[in-house]
Design a protein around this ligand. Structure first.
Ligand code: AHM
Ligand code: MG
Length: 367
């Protein structure tokens, strides 16, 4: 029987207020410490949240203000067309950390080399790695987007300015998370003690705990992959996708923005894949600021992430903007994809591209 409608009472509001857990309070609770390091991490998370609020605000007005949408006319270090919002969001992260005394380097998808803040280095030996706007092809059509981040501790002095310590495995990350700009803005993060989701209450300007201790189901119905690349995948990936086509209970979901697609499988189970293709053998996604942070979250939520043979958290990079194939989500689903890849007669084989493989990139989409 449907319970009778309970009329709203001001007490409900007060009860909610009393239970509101803000991000900064949560970080300190998670660390169970008020040490200087814990305070630093709490402050870093607060700055990331501030960047998320600024970006969310700009996105919510993007169709109404000048110079928010569209391309800059330049390409980034990876040869991808840069959008105005990519630049804005990258600058937001820099500006919220610039005079914070909290991090001494910022490494991002939009910068060839890390941005150094030398005056912070003696006190703040953390590095923030981030993708300021992920899923840029969704920008001009008002669909979901994200920012991805991880906090790493600087190993060594990085005297030659090459940031080689950032190539260490993702298991070394201290914290990781993302901000999802969807119908509501959410910040999901982990400090290595479970995964927790916060929803931005715009009336308070605060991220409030809404999804505590997220657990990914061991398997789920969703497979999330760009099937437009079908003929460019290896035999193993194609066999897996043929298998889900023939098996009852699977459903496809793909938004073209990793954060939203990952958020779905994190909460509801299933698997997201961006495998290598013939033109991009390591796929499209970057290890340092896309795959590794999300792998950290997946693992903390009981799921996992792989490049097809190796756990993403065990991969060491050879360069800052290195790409990796990514298979991420529910543990059993990731294992299943891996088994198709590993059992394929020749894991490296890819089909010849069909003759009309040079179709133009659709308007509004970068590389
Ligand atoms: P971006 O960081 O330049 O936006 O690229 C990453 C995005 C991911 O969000 C998404 O999963 C993927 O690219 C989509 O690529 P495709 O359009 O090839 O399916
Ligand atoms: Mg990205």
């Amino acid at each position: 029987m449907t319970p009778p409608h309970t009329p709203y009472t001001p007490e409900q509001d007060r009860a909610l207020d009393r239970d509101c857990t803000t991000l900064s309070r949560h970080v300190l609770q998670q660390l169970q410490s008020f040490s200087a390091d814990a305070q630093d991490l709490s402050a870093i998370m607060n700055r990331i949240a501030l960047a998320g609020k600024l970006i969310a605000r700009r996105l919510s007005q993007a169709g109404l203000v000048d110079d928010a949408l569209g391309f800059t006319g330049t390409t980034n270090v990876q040869g991808e067309a840069v959008k105005k919002m990519d630049v804005y969001a990258n600058d937001v992260f820099i500006s919220v950390f610039k005079q914070s005394g909290l991090v001494c380097r910022l490494a991002s998808e939009e910068m060839e080399h890390p941005y150094y803040i030398p005056e912070n280095c003696p006190i703040g030996r953390h590095t923030l790695v981030y993708d300021p706007i992920d899923g840029s092809s969704n920008l001009d059509i008002n669909l979901n987007l994200g920012s991805i981040f991880a906090i790493r501790r600087q190993e060594g002095t990085d005297e030659n300015g090459q940031a080689l310590d950032l190539l260490a495995p993702g298991r070394n990350q201290i914290a990781a998370g993302y901000i999802l700009y969807g119908p509501s803005t959410m910040l999901v993060y982990s400090l290595g003690h479970g995964v927790h989701g916060f929803t931005l209450d715009p009336s308070l300007g605060e991220f409030i705990l809404s999804h505590e201790n997220i657990q990914t189901p061991d398997r789920g119905p969703v497979y999330s992959v760009n099937e437009g690349n079908f003929w460019q995948w290896s035999d193993g990936v194609r066999s897996y996708v043929r298998y889900v086509h023939k098996t009852e209970g699977y459903t496809a979901r793909y938004s073209g923005a990793l954060v939203g697609d990952f958020h779905r499988v994190l909460l509801q189970g299933g698997v997201f894949l961006y495998p290598g293709t013939q033109t991009k053998p390591k796929g499209k996604l970057r290890l340092l600021y896309e795959a590794a942070p999300l792998a950290f979250l997946a693992q903390q939520a009981g799921g996992r992430a792989s490049d097809g043979t190796t756990d993403i958290l065990d991969l060491t990079g050879t360069e800052l903007h290195e790409r990796t194939p990514l298979i991420i989500g529910s543990r059993e689903d990731v294992n299943l994809v891996e088994s198709f890849i590993q059992q394929a007669p020749n894991p490296q084989t890819t089909m010849e591209l069909p003759p009309d493989s040079t179709r133009p990139t659709p308007a509004g989409q970068g590389a």
